[in-house]
Design a protein around this ligand. Sequence first.
Ligand code: SF4
Ligand code: SF4
Length: 180
Amino acid sequence: MGVFKLGKMTFGSLFKKPETVLYPVQTKEQPAGLKGHIELDAKACILCGMCDRSCATGCITVDKQARTWSIDRFQCVQCGYCITVCPKKCLSMDPNYAPASTVHASDVVEVPEQDKPVKAEKVQATEKPAEKPKAAEREPEPAKAAETAVEKTRDDVLEAKIALLDEEKAAKVRAALAAR
Ligand code: SF4
Ligand code: SF4
């Protein structure tokens, strides 16, 4: 590199904004997909412990009794495997790095109680069931009504046939019918 070119670069950098930022006071916007740190959506977590059992470095601890989910960020290698095993999809990879720390401690997240399903209340019957109509008030059932109609038709036919007989025979037939 020539002296002229080097001098131009050095001189130019005096007037350019610095490429670095004053981390952690300032942070750069991270590109999407960068493996920054694991985040938990505590409202969706069911404390099943799948992430705890699957983590390769053992940095997640799920305490069902205390209802806490904790992560040791010093041990997490941002592999993202816990995200894939979570049945509730409540773990995600935040592209920003976790804040710098000099103390080795775990981040503990309290998991709130899930909303319990509201039990269906029994509705008390306040109105008496409608009383059944008495037998005499009831309308004839369709089958019975049909039977009655058939009987009526038969009687009419019989009566018409009897009317064609002479008086003596008609009297005999009527007597026989009455004796049945
Ligand atoms: S990203 Fe990997 S190392 Fe980090 S908590 Fe999840 S499974 Fe464990
Ligand atoms: S974060 Fe997901 S896998 Fe881990 S305990 Fe909660 S629901 Fe289960």
